[in-house]
Write a protein that binds this ligand. Structure first.
Ligand code: KG4
Ligand code: ZN
Length: 334
């Protein structure tokens, strides 16, 4: 089954053709990041307008790279929640139009479910059940993936998402948006033990996260130093911050896996590109004889291929939308 999938939940306009949930026939991503960089973050109004301009070309290119036209496609899939509402609406309406014009079924896909599915493309043998750490710019969840379309959130952030914390700390250090990747790179040359940062825990909720205190601690350190005319060593501060975030993510994730009896662990979302997170998780799993999976770097960020992958399993589960499909800014992954 060949699915044409569309993604426009944030600042990438993306489309892909995916076969049977696991094979990418084409994948096209048009990023708006250079424009949002000017403002230090995503400007929703600009994002919607750029999606409007790009979506037709991106979808055409995805079909052309797959050497198909709509006659060779079996269904249209689209991210419909969660995300920036004006951005989502562009993809949803475009997909509805295509579906109405072609008569092809329309498959609605949850953004975080699609991040998880990016792993199915890379790891052909991976099947639920497993425990997944979904870490993106907007979410930090520990999710029991019981089946392809049956999930339970067992822990989440109480405040900032991990990616958001990375981006805000990086911004305070003068790095461009989105700063997560820059902070990760700067941290490679730093000493993670140079700064003592808080190690946030949520009382009575061992699987939940809290990153805002950590982020504020870094921002305060930078401001205090600059008021005294000092500059802090960016590599050391980045390394200390990255270690604090990754420690918290990995500790809670491993505890949840231990308590719930999972020995198959999966990473998903933009922050799963973080080099320390990948290596720490691999190491912890290796020590316990557990399996661990993460997406290839190309599929960590937002893309259409992961939407096409999850859409296949949504379709098999009977999740097909009508022409009244609407976008939603928030929606539980469950
Ligand atoms: O999943 P994603 O592409 O978009 C959302 O759904 O939010 O995640 C984007 C987030 C950004 O906050 C970005 O800074 C972060 O993922 N990110 C990273 C790295 N690469 C991307 N954070 C830490 N280390 C990285 N290497
Ligand atoms: Zn995302």
């Amino acid at each position: 089954m060949k699915i044409l999938a569309i993604e426009s939940s944030c600042d990438e306009t993306a489309a892909a053709v995916v076969e049977d949930g696991r094979k990418i026939l084409s994948s096209v991503v048009a990023s708006q990041v250079e424009e949002h960089k000017l403002y230090g973050g995503v400007v929703p109004e600009i994002a919607s307008r750029r999606h409007c301009e790009a979506i037709n070309g991106v979808v055409k290119e995805a079909l052309s790279q797959a050497e198909l036209d709509l006659k060779g496609i079996d269904a249209i899939a689209v991210t419909y929640a969660p995300g920036l509402i004006g951005a989502l609406l562009v993809g949803v309406n475009f997909a509805k139009g295509l579906s109405a014009a072609s008569g092809l079924p329309l498959i609605p896909v949850h953004h975080l479910r699609s991040h998880i599915a990016s792993n199915y493309i890379e790891h052909k043998e991976l099947e639920p059940p497993f425990l997944c750490l979904v870490v993106s710019g907007g979410h930090s969840h520990i999710v029991e993936v019981k089946d392809y379309t049956s999930m339970k959130v067992i822990g989440k952030t109480r405040d900032d998402a991990a990616g958001e914390a990375f981006d805000k700390a990086a911004r305070a250090m003068g790095m461009p948006y989105p700063g997560g990747i820059h902070l990760d790179r700067a941290a490679q040359d730093g000493n993670p033990d140079s700064f003592r940062l808080p190690h946030p825990r949520v009382d009575g909720a061992p699987y939940d996260f809290s990153f805002s205190g950590l982020k504020t601690a870094v921002i305060n350190l930078i401001h205090n130093a600059s008021q005294k005319g000092n500059e802090l060593p960016v590599a050391d501060l980045s390394a200390s911050f990255r270690k604090a975030v990754v420690d918290s993510l990995v500790e809670n994730f491993m505890k949840a896996a231990q308590d719930l009896g999972y020995n198959k662990l999966v990473l998903a979302g933009g922050v799963s590109a973080n080099s320390l997170l990948r290596s720490r998780l691999s190491e912890e799993c290796k020590n316990r004889g557990w399996r661990c999976y993460y997406p290839p770097l190309l599929l960590c960020g937002d893309n259409g291929a992961m939407v096409g992958s999850q859409a296949y399993y949504e379709y098999l589960a009977g999740n097909v939308a009508g022409t009244d499909l609407n976008a939603r800014a928030t929606m539980s992954i469950e």
